[in-house]
Design a protein around this ligand. Structure first.
Ligand SMILES: Cc1cc2nc3c(=O)[nH]c(=O)nc-3n(C[C@H](O)[C@H](O)[C@H](O)COP(=O)(O)OP(=O)(O)OC[C@H]3O[C@@H](n4cnc5c(N)ncnc54)[C@H](O)[C@@H]3O)c2cc1C
Ligand code: FES
Length: 329
């Protein structure tokens, strides 16, 4: 009922990929070893034809390259802001909804590579800014980088449900965020503002006075409020937030909401709002554990409507993933 099938790399410089080469293309029926042509999502090029033209081989891979770190700002002991100088091509390609890169320390093996979202881009300086929260071995290793860093990209599947955001014009969009997961919402705000949209942002304060992304949202003209969204003891939405959100969705038309928190946060918010207004569409940040980012290793697999999908490549409708139909998901 909520299902759509879309590959984030279809029609890009990286399509066809290894999945197409092996008869596992997400989109093209002929490249799923079927005999008929039943393309699930047209992105302007025929993937089958592209594969034939490329000698039945996948297009080039993304590869790690070394880049200079321009600045590091330690916001908290466990929260670091990195600005890195890239090529103009990469900055342009990373200025898109859900853009992220894999980064690691120079000389370290590829299994140290960690997906990190692009929060902001600067065309004049040719830089990108990333907010990194130290979690475990990989992020601890990354924040030891002070002069240069290995970076691989561009990747774009950091936001699910992008089809609900891409073509919005002159409308209201609400972003609800928490922690470091709020950072891809900044770049989404930048993109949405280009099309004249009006962005309202509510950020969960968490342990701080305000979320570290606040100034970046304001930079792009969003109306930002830092409040308590979750009650950490009861693990429920706070009364303050419930009052505010009820008021907002009753009074104003909000066709799309981006939830930018961890899975528990996204699930709570989506279930609460959808049950009050099922006309609202949702986009959400992608929190699945990723390793290769290319649809090959399977570490990001999730089960949707009884089928496994690779969430690093495939777009899905956040409602399909988060909605608890009968309270047992
Ligand atoms: C598309 C994408 C974009 C991301 N963007 C950012 C970003 O901009 N900034 C940032 O700080 N982090 C981001 N992350 C999360 C980051 O990649 C993980 O925190 C990191 O890989 C953890 O590796 P580790 O070795 O440091 O910790 P691990 O030892 O792997 O994990 C430590 C703890 O963190 C949890 N964890 C691991 N991966 C994730 C994850 N993906 N989401 C939530 N919890 C996780 C584990 O369950 C464990 O409890 C992103 C993840 C994805 C998939
Ligand atoms: S991260 Fe390897 S398949 Fe998605």
């Amino acid at each position: 009922m909520y299902r759509f099938v879309e590959c984030i790399d279809a029609g890009s410089d990286f399509c066809p990929c290894h999945l197409a080469e092996k008869g596992e293309c997400i989109i093209c029926s002929q490249l799923q070893n079927k005999v008929f042509c039943d393309c699930l999502y047209w992105k302007g090029t025929c993937i089958y034809q592209e594969l034939l033209n490329n000698g039945n081989k996948a297009k080039k891979n993304r590869e790690y390259k070394k880049f200079d770190i321009v600045s590091i700002n330690k916001i908290r002991d466990d929260l670091h802001l990195y600005e890195v100088k890239l090529t103009n091509y990469l900055v342009r390609e990373l200025d898109n909804f859900g853009a992220f890169v894999f980064i690691k320390r120079p000389q370290h093996p590829d299994y140290f590579g960690t997906p990190i979202s692009i929060m902001d881009v600067d065309y004049e300086k040719s830089t990108v800014t990333m907010l990194i929260k130290i979690h475990g071995v990989k992020t601890k290793d990354i924040v030891e980088c002070s002069e240069n860093i290995m970076l691989k990209g561009p990747y774009w599947n950091g936001i699910q449900g992008q089809r609900f955001l891409r073509n919005l014009k002159d409308t209201n969009v609400l972003i609800l965020g928490r922690g470091v997961a709020a950072s891809p919402g900044v770049l989404a705000t930048r993109r949405l503002k280009i099309n004249g949209n009006n962005i309202k942002v509510m950020l969960d304060k968490g342990r701080s006075q305000e979320n570290a992304c606040t100034l970046y949202y304001k930079k792009y003209g969003a109306d930002v409020e830092n409040i308590n969204i979750i009650n950490y003891k009861t693990k429920n939405l706070t009364d303050d937030f419930v009052d505010k959100i009820d008021d907002l969705i009753n009074k104003e038309e909000v066709p799309v909401i981006l939830t930018a928190g961890d899975d528990d946060f996204n699930r709570l918010i989506i279930n609460y709002i959808y049950k009050r207004n099922n006309k609202i569409y949702f986009a959400s940040v992608n929190n699945h554990i990723m390793c290769c980012g290319e649809g090959v290793c399977g570490s990001c697999q999730i089960k949707l409507s009884g089928k496994y999908i690779r969430s690093c490549k495939q777009q899905y409708n956040p409602i399909e993933y988060y909605l608890m139909e009968d309270g047992n998901r």
